[in-house]
Design a protein around this ligand. Structure first.
Ligand code: ATP
Ligand code: MG
Length: 423
C-alpha cells in the first residue's frame, strides 16, 4: 500500500509553486511600499492564546483546532490564524515602546480541521498584515488601498465589501434587537442559527442556508445602530476610498467569524472560485491587545488566502515557469565533462542553466530545450571542442553562431557572447 498525504493537507507542485512565488513577490512588494515589515512567527502556540483571542464559542476554537498535549502535559495548538500570534509577540517584546505604530506582515501555513473541499483545506496559507497603535480612518483606508493595489497588479477582478461592526457602545443595542427579531422567526432558522441566537446573534446574518437568508432579509442591520463616532469613522473610511477611486460596496450583512472584530470589517471576493469565493478577510479589533494582557492599543489587519488566489491566477493561463538562460547539450562524454564546468561557471553568477546529461541525440535534447522554453542552446560535440568552439542556437531567431568556449572568461562576458551582445 502506498502512503498518501493526509486528507486536507496537500502538495504544491512546481507548476503551482511558480505562481505562488510570483504572488508572494508582489505581496512583499506592496507590503513594503506601505511600510510593513515581516514578522516570522512559530507555528505552534499555547492553546490558551487562541481560546482567549478568537473566543471560546467560535467554530474555530470549538471544533477546528489541531490541539495536542505535549510530553510535559502542556496543551499546544497548531495556529489556526496569525493575528493572535502577532499580538502575543507584540506584547511579549513590548513593541509598543519602540514605535508609536507597528506595521507587521506574516506569511505562512495555518491549520483548521474543516471539511476539505475546493478552496478549503486543513492546512492552508495566509499572507497577513496588521497595523497596531492607530485607530483613525486613514489607517483603515490605507489597508484597503494596499489590497486594491495588490489585486490590481495581479490583474484580478475582485469585489471589496466593507461594513462597520460598531463598538462596545453600539453593538449591545443591535444584538438585543437582532435577538428579538431572531426569536420571532425561530422556526425558519436552521438548527445552527437557533443555537447561536443566544450566544452570538450577529452570526445569523452571515448564515449561508437559503432558509436563513430569506428569514433574515429584513433583520435589523448594524449600520442603523452605529453611534455617532462609529458612523463618522465609517463615513471617512469610505470617503478616502472614493478619493482614490477604489471600487467597493457596503455589505451590511458582512460579519466576521471571529469575536474580536469592531468597526471597519471587510472581505475581498473573487469570481470563479465557486462557494469558496473569499480571498481575503479582515477588520479592526481595537480591544484585542488589551484582552491578551497588553496595553489598550487599537489594531486592524487582514489575511489573504494564498491557495484560493493561486487557483485564480492559474485559471488565467499565464506562463509562470522560469525559463533557462541557457540549455547546454553535450553530445559525448568529453563534451559533458567540459559542459559541467561551463554550467558551474555561469550558475555561480546566478544564471539559470539546464545541463542535459541524458547523452541522447541532438534532436531529443533540442526537443527538451524547446519544452523548457530555453532561449539559447549551447551544443558541444567532440569536433567542436577540439577547436575550442561550441555552437549557439538561438531558439527564437532559429539561427546558429559559433562560440569560443573559454572558461577563463567572466560569466557575464560568456553570457554576452552567447547572446551576441558584445559584437
Ligand atoms: P471562509 O468564510 O471561507 O471560511 P474565513 O472567514 O474563515 O473564510 P478568515 O479566517 O478571515 O476566513 O481567513 C482569511 C482568508 O483565508 C479567507 O478569506 C480565505 O481566503 C482563507 N481561508 C480561510 N480558511 C481556509 C481554508 N480552510 N482553506 C483555504 N483557505 C482558507
Ligand atoms: Mg472559515
Amino acid at each position: 500500500m502506498n502512503i498518501s498525504a493526509v486528507r486536507g493537507f496537500r502538495d504544491v507542485l512546481p507548476q503551482e509553486s511558480a505562481i505562488w512565488q510570483e504572488l508572494e513577490a508582489q505581496a512583499r512588494r506592496y507590503l513594503t511600499a506601505y511600510g510593513f515589515a515581516e514578522i516570522i512567527l512559530p507555528v505552534v502556540e499555547k492553546t490558551e492564546l487562541f481560546a482567549r483571542a478568537i473566543g471560546e464559542t467560535t467554530d474555530i476554537v470549538e471544533k477546528e483546532m489541531y490541539t495536542f498535549t505535549d510530553r510535559d502535559d502542556a496543551s499546544l495548538t497548531l495556529r489556526p490564524e496569525g493575528t493572535a500570534s502577532v499580538i502575543r509577540a507584540y506584547i511579549e517584546h513590548s513593541l509598543f515602546h519602540k514605535e508609536p505604530v507597528s506595521k507587521l506582515f506574516y506569511i505562512g501555513p495555518m491549520f483548521r480541521r474543516e471539511r476539505p473541499q475546493k478552496g478549503r483545506y486543513r492546512q492552508f496559507h495566509q499572507i497577513g498584515a496588521e497595523i497596531l497603535g492607530r485607530d483613525d480612518p486613514l489607517i483603515d483606508a490605507e489597508l484597503l488601498l494596499l489590497l486594491h493595489d495588490l489585486f490590481t497588479a495581479l490583474q484580478l477582478t475582485i469585489t471589496i465589501e466593507v461594513n462597520s461592526l460598531g463598538c462596545t457602545l453600539c453593538r449591545p443595542r443591535h444584538r438585543e434587537s437582532l435577538r428579538t427579531f431572531g426569536e420571532s422567526r425561530l422556526a425558519a432558522l436552521c438548527a445552527n442559527c437557533q443555537a447561536r441566537l443566544q450566544r452570538n446573534p450577529l452570526r445569523i446574518l452571515d448564515c449561508k442556508e437559503p432558509g436563513c437568508r430569506q428569514a433574515t432579509a429584513d433583520a435589523p442591520m448594524l449600520t442603523a445602530f452605529l453611534c455617532p463616532a462609529c458612523g463618522e469613522h465609517f463615513d471617512r473610511v469610505q470617503a478616502y476610498l472614493r478619493q482614490e477611486q477604489v471600487c467597493f460596496s457596503v455589505n451590511p450583512r458582512l460579519v466576521r467569524g471571529l469575536d474580536y472584530y469592531c468597526r471597519t470589517s471587510f472581505e475581498v471576493l473573487a469570481q470563479g472560485l465557486g462557494a469558496q469565493n473569499a480571498v481575503c478577510g479582515g477588520g479592526r479589533y481595537d480591544g484585542l491587545v488589551a484582552q491578551l494582557g497588553g496595553p489598550a492599543v487599537p489594531g486592524i489587519g487582514f489575511a489573504i488566502g494564498v491557495e484560493r488566489l493561486v487557483m485564480l491566477l492559474q485559471s488565467h493561463e499565464r506562463q509562470h515557469l522560469l525559463h533557462p538562460d541557457l540549455f547546454i547539450a553535450p553530445l559525448d562524454e568529453r563534451a559533458e565533462t567540459y559542459a559541467f564546468s561551463v554550467a558551474h561557471r555561469l550558475r555561480q553568477e546566478g544564471y539559470y542553466i539546464e545541463l542535459d546529461s541524458s547523452r541522447r541525440g541532438l534532436k531529443a535534447q533540442m526537443r527538451r530545450a524547446d519544452k523548457l522554453g530555453a532561449r539559447y542552446v549551447l551544443i558541444l560535440g567532440e569536433q567542436e571542442l577540439a577547436v575550442g568552439k561550441g555552437t549557439i542556437r538561438d531558439m527564437q531567431a532559429k539561427t546558429d553562431h559559433p562560440l569560443a568556449v573559454d572558461l577563463t572568461l567572466p560569466a557575464q562576458k560568456m553570457m554576452e557572447s552567447i547572446q551576441l551582445k558584445n559584437i
